[in-house]
Design a protein around this ligand. Structure first.
Ligand code: ADP
Ligand code: MG
Length: 696
């Protein structure tokens, strides 16, 4: 057998392992719980737990852990060994059904946004049987949801699962209207393309900014950046190739279908794309991918940077979220079909997404907001902070023809009557041309390009699933009442196109004129995190999540709070790091260089009074002035940090953006100029050139 197919999923307690190791009855119960979300009874849970434990021990595991995703955006685990004393100083290895199903980590220190005061430390983890258990570093990891004593979601998995239920409920109603009775459930699917940087560990360790904040806070423009486009899809260097090979192997063992790998646009930037899968599994897998990237990079003496903008002036890293809806019979509902009826259905789902993106632009923007991603959105390689959609000319022309009841087609032009006509297939090359659109239709799925590289993809998919569920709910309500389904459908589609076409934009999203046009169309432009977060609490958004039972109002308020707090904390740490680097490393270094220049000038003059010391004196003066200016800016940054208003988190976040971030940017200008003029032997930090070309 091929070594890859043999080891693929070898560390996963998947269906085939379960089929082998569980009694038929129990296996079927687990399957039902995966499909319909029914809870396992405790007898079955005990059997599953035992089988899991035996399997894990055979693979060398000694511990188990409920693996969960608190609102930090990364994963958490607390290991418990299988050991259980049996008297006489002896132990056996045990794992009970109860331990499998529920855990109670002492979880007081995770962000809860006020959902849980720290003295009420209790939080519960509950097994998510829809995502397989797996072994990582000798630990049997059980994917779990994490909730408070009162049942409020304290994590990223619970709302995601709820949103998948919501879109399932509404899609099923719509499919029934189309006479579709074979389908019993639908799930959304996601393939997240993950971008990252790899740099050499030795240079990384000399940069406190990278160590503490994940991005460079100083750094003059390198001599060579990405101007020549010679890195994109370029030959992969041996050390990187070795890293990728090991990463793939480890991911495959965990059942993650790592598929594509290539060099990205910026030097030392790369991308990994998996084959798409069910959204909650894709989310778990993406977390594992990020974790393994960081761990494996270290083995090759490299560091993997997942920050959205590690280097100013170069491309940042995103995570394109490819999204679609798939039935349990394997039909992709965003794939134009073969028959008129399938096409009518396709058009309705297309409309549902168009309306969702238009109605909930603000929520989509919020779902990708973070201090890190703010540096990327709107910069010239990333989609702007304005949410819009690209459908491709062909599809857009079809929608226009439907909107105005106009004939369509090149050869025999005819009226498109929804439900009567077959749509052409949309080849990839006509739908995938626009790379500047934040939300593009790519033939049979949508690609949302705003998510940042370091974030969990849970948040964006919670919004997408719920917003589309809401469009579908409205359509089902309307169509269920219709006497003549086909004409009601036609009218509905026509109306949705009319009301929501403002969100469709085929032009260049990087162009300045788009900002003006978007404004004229009434689209939101929310450049920074503090600009968009208040929309979390807009009545329509609170109502949306409550209606579909995805977030209660309390749960939304908690997330609002956490986003703002996180923003402030990140900026605070960045500012502190800058101060530290400026005082302890940069200012002393330039000062020493100025002294060397001055001493050289003096020495030259003492040899012969008319020696030309123009270079030394001029540079010493320039650097002296720059150092003085930078020191003043350091003081100014300290001042704004000392004058933090004691206020609510939104006002505080705005203060950070308006005062702290400005003071940081202004300090950086001086320091980058100092770097440009200071001799390498004096400059205390690896430069952009050192960092970007560090891996050979
Ligand atoms: P690219 O966009 O890089 O040209 P592809 O379009 O082939 O490449 O795939 C990008 C990502 O989209 C991959 O992760 C792929 O698995 C995923 N993808 C493809 N089809 C779907 C789908 N129906 N639902 C979700 N993701 C999908
Ligand atoms: Mg892509």
């Amino acid at each position: 057998m091929n070594p890859v197919t043999e080891t693929f999923g070898s560390m996963v307690f998947n269906d085939s392992v379960m089929r082998q190791r569980l009694p038929k009855e129990v296996f079927q119960q687990v399957q039902r719980s995966i499909i319909d979300g029914k809870r396992l009874d405790s007898a079955a849970a005990t059997v599953v737990a035992n089988a899991m434990k035996d399997w894990a021990i055979e693979k060398g595991a000694t511990h188990f852990s409920h693996w969960f995703q608190p609102m930090t955006g990364i994963t958490a685990e607390k290991h418990e060994s299988f050991l259980s004393p049996i008297g006489g100083g002896r132990v056996i290895m045990e794992f009970s059904g109860k331990e499998l199903i529920q855990g109670e980590p002492d979880a007081s220190s995770f962000p809860s946004g006020g959902l849980r005061a720290t003295f009420e430390a209790r939080g519960y983890t509950t097994w998510d049987p829809t995502s397989y258990a797996f072994i990582k570093d000798g630990i049997l990891c059980i994917p779990t949801a994490f909730c408070s004593y009162g049942g409020e979601a304290l994590d990223k998995k619970t709302p995601l699962l709820r949103s998948m239920e919501a879109i399932n409920r509404q899609t099923m109603r719509v499919l029934k209207l189309f006479g579709n009775d074979q389908v019993t459930s639908v799930k959304t699917t996601v393939g997240p393309e993950q971008e990252y940087f790899l740099i050499d560990r030795a240079v990384y360790e000399k940069r406190k900014d990278l160590i503490f904040t994940g991005r460079t806070l100083f750094g003059a423009k390198p001599i060579k950046g990405q101007e020549l486009d010679d890195h994109y899809f370029g030959t992969i260097k041996p050390r990187v190739a070795a890293f990728m090979k090991e990463l793939n192997e480890e991911l495959w063992k965990l059942g993650v279908m790592a598929k594509t790998e290539h060099n990205e646009a910026a030097p030392s930037q790369h991308e990994l794309a998996p084959i798409f899968t069910t959204t909650n599994i894709a989310t778990d897998h993406n977390q594992l991918t990020m974790e393994l990237m960081q761990k494996i990079a270290r083995k090759y003496d490299m560091v993997c940077l997942l920050h959205e903008k590690p280097f100013a002036g170069l491309n940042g890293s995103g995570k394109h979220n490819n999204w679609s809806i798939c039935t349990n019979t394997g039909v992709n509902l965003l794939e134009p079909g073969e028959t008129p009826y399938e096409n009518a259905q396709f058009l309705l789902f297309l409309c549902a997404v168009i309306q969702a993106v238009d109605d909930y632009q603000d929520m989509l923007r919020i779902s990708v907001a973070s201090a890190g991603n703010d540096h990327r959105l709107g910069a010239n390689e990333a989609p702007p902070a304005i949410v819009s959609m690209f459908l491709g000319t062909e599809l857009e022309n079809i929608l226009t023809a439907i909107e105005f009841d106009e004939p369509y087609g090149n050869t025999k032009k005819e009226l498109i009557k929804v439900g009567v006509h077959v749509l052409p297939k949309f080849p990839r090359d006509t739908t995938d041309r626009n790379r500047t659109s934040p939300f593009a239709f790519t033939g049979n799925k949508f690609e949302f390009r705003m998510p940042g590289s370091s974030a969990s993809i849970s948040g964006v998919n919670v919004v997408l699933n719920t917003a589309v569920a809401e469009s579908l709910r409205q359509y089902a309500d309307e169509l269920e009442q219709a006497d003549d389904f086909e004409s009601a459908l036609h009218d509905l589609i026509q109306r949705v196109i009319r009301e929501h076409k403002r969100i469709i934009f085929n032009g260049n999203g990087y162009d300045d004129s788009w900002v003006r046009e978007a404004e004229a169309r009434g689209l939101l432009n929310l450049p920074s995190t503090p600009d968009c977060v208040p929309y979390y609490l807009a009545e329509k958004n609170v109502a949306l999540f409550a209606r579909h039972r995805v977030y209660s109002e309390t749960e939304i308020r908690a997330r609002y709070q956490i986003k703002l707090e996180n923003y402030c904390k990140v900026l605070h740490m960045e500012a502190q790091t800058m101060l530290d680097m400026a005082w302890k490393e940069i200012l002393p270094a330039t000062s020493r260089y100025v002294r060397e220049l001055t001493e050289t000038a003096l020495a030259k003059r003492s040899l012969s009074p008319d020696t030309d010391c123009g270079f030394e004196t001029e540079l010493a003066n320039t650097l002296g002035a720059l150092t003085a200016s930078a020191a003043g800016k350091v003081r100014a940054l300290e001042r704004v940090l000392n004058e933090l208003p004691n206020t609510d988190s939104l006002t505080l976040a705005r203060y950070y953006r308006e005062h702290v971030l400005k003071a940081m940017d202004s300090l950086r200008v001086d320091i980058d100029e100092m770097e440009r003029l200071t001799a390498s032997s004096f400059w205390p930090l690896p430069t952009y050139s050192d960092l970007l070309f560090s891996v050979n």
